[in-house]
Design a protein around this ligand. Structure first.
Ligand SMILES: [Zn+2]
Length: 229
């Protein structure tokens, strides 16, 4: 597990340390007032994500607005971004934390973690891993675009980066990198599309890859983008 993180995510930091450092930076350098800062996330629906960083422990409004869906894609779209903007306290600020996640188990198996209360490990990110596995399975059926809309978008994205993914020694790492790029790009497009709604507020974008591990270990976050708009 440690070797995998060191090799593929050399900049990763333990989630709680990472959170403390960036909260301090927002307060000291960017003059964020934590009593009037609202948070939004665009991270996977998977409950395992919630423990990776602990921003909510520092904020007066501890419940985040959820902009994302499976794999961390900001499926809430422009409507979600505008709604989030309209909920920011007067003269307040916002934090948007976004990115995909990847699991690694204690023994270094990638895309698999143990979960509390289960004797068998399961996949993580399940949606991304299933899409990557589907690339090499000729009998794999595509997700239903109605009943499984989010998964169908993920499959499309993974197919679009197929060459890079299959050429990588750990395909899920390449798929997670591509997914980060896709999410980061969409977050910026959506912020641009909703910029009038955010006009009176400072917004910190914190993007990166979440690395989930077995329950007895801490989770990690590798920062890929930080900016204050
Ligand atoms: Zn996931």
């Amino acid at each position: 597990m440690d070797q995998f993180i060191k090799k593929h995510y050399p900049e990763a930091r333990q989630g709680d340390e990472f959170t403390k450092e960036w909260i301090d930076r927002l307060v000291d350098r960017h003059k964020f007032d934590l009593t009037t800062t609202l948070m939004a996330t665009s991270v996977c629906s998977d409950e395992i994500i919630r423990s990776a960083t602990n921003f909510r422990e520092y904020l007066s409004y501890s419940n985040p607005f959820s902009l994302g869906g499976l794999a961390g894609i900001p499926f809430s779209g422009l409507t979600g971004f505008k709604a989030f903007a309209s909920h920011i306290p007067d003269n307040g600020s916002a934090i948007i934390l976004y990115g995909p996640h990847i699991g690694v188990s204690e023994n270094g198996t990638v895309g698999i973690v143990e979960r509390v209360g289960q004797s068998r490990p399961s996949s993580c990110c399940g949606a991304l891993k299933a899409s990557v596995d589907g690339l090499s399975d000729k009998n794999a059926s595509s997700a239903d675009t109605d009943l499984d809309y989010q998964m169908s978008v993920i499959e499309q994205e993974v197919k679009a980066s197929r060459e890079k993914v299959v050429a990588h020694d750990v395909p899920l790492v390449a798929a997670t990198d591509s997914m980060y790029g896709f999410i980061n790009d969409r977050i910026h497009k959506l912020m641009d599309g909703a910029k009038e709604s955010f006009e009176n507020y400072r917004v910190a974008l914190i993007g990166g890859v979440i690395i989930n591990t077995d329950p007895e270990y801490t989770d990690w976050f590798e920062l890929r983008n930080f900016e204050v708009l």
